[in-house]
Design a protein around this ligand. Structure first.
Ligand code: URA
Length: 234
């Protein structure tokens, strides 16, 4: 009885197959439907290519006035990626993002939720210091957002944190307000891939507006909660 049922349910009818006159070869190995995780060498080589692409940008007021490119810092294999606005004076001098006063506050904010800065990945919307630390122009944000989207695809973070309105505008457009959008999880889609994203205030803004730190703290706790929920190590 069991044998009969088995035969009835068997989708491979040998007689039917033979009537097609085709030699089928069956593989007993399962199909790997999941893309292999890229190696760290692969990620770093794609990052280098992207960095070269940014370095070759033409007619850019930011590049023309900056000392050097400020591309990234941290662990390129991290599940957490932070995007700021653009380099300031100190970052321009040292070639690393978030090493000035705002960077000091960022380190404290991360420590407060038990994250070491070296375990996450950090970049900015624009990779050259805007003259006199001005906010990047909408056209500049737009131009660099192509690079940023590729940057996010390469790092492929489980959690993306956008700090400040420039990072928010680069990826979600300029029609929204950070005061309304911060603090809730959003889905950012890049090349058919969805990235879990949190918009929050920029540390430089918090240095000017200390009364806003309470909102930032709420966002940080939400980020910690999500990391614990998703159970990844950081
Ligand atoms: N502010 C930013 O947005 N990025 C930096 O790297 C430094 C300050």
């Amino acid at each position: 009885m069991i044998e009969k049922e088995k035969n009835q349910n068997d989708i491979i009818d040998q007689e039917l197959l033979n009537s097609f006159g085709i030699d089928y070869i069956f593989n007993s190995k399962p199909i790997n439907r999941f893309k292999n995780k890229p190696t760290i060498e692969n990620i770093n080589s794609r990052l280098n290519n992207l960095k070269e692409k940014v370095k070759n940008i033409n007619n850019c007021d930011l590049k023309n006035n900056a000392k050097q490119i400020v591309f990234n810092d941290g662990n390129s294999n991290s599940p957490v990626m932070i995007v700021g606005e653009g380099p300031g004076q100190k970052e321009d001098e040292l070639g690393k993002p978030f090493v000035g006063e705002a960077g000091q506050l960022l380190n404290k904010m991360l420590n407060a939720i038990n994250i070491k800065r070296e375990n996450i990945y950090i970049t900015n919307v624009v990779n050259y210091r805007p003259p006199n630390n001005r906010k990047p122009e909408p056209a500049e944000i737009n131009r660099y957002s192509e690079f940023l989207r590729e940057h996010i695809s390469i790092i492929d973070p489980k959690i993306l944190i956008l700090m400040g309105s420039t990072a928010m505008e680069a990826l979600f457009g300029s029609k929204i307000k950070i005061s309304k959008e911060r603090g809730t999880w959003k889905e950012l889609i890049i090349n058919n891939k969805t990235f879990l994203t949190m918009i929050t205030f920029h540390p430089a803004y918090l240095l000017r507006q200390a009364d806003q730190k309470k909102y930032s703290w709420a966002d940080l706790k939400e980020i910690r909660k999500k990391i614990d929920e998703l159970k990844f190590k950081i």
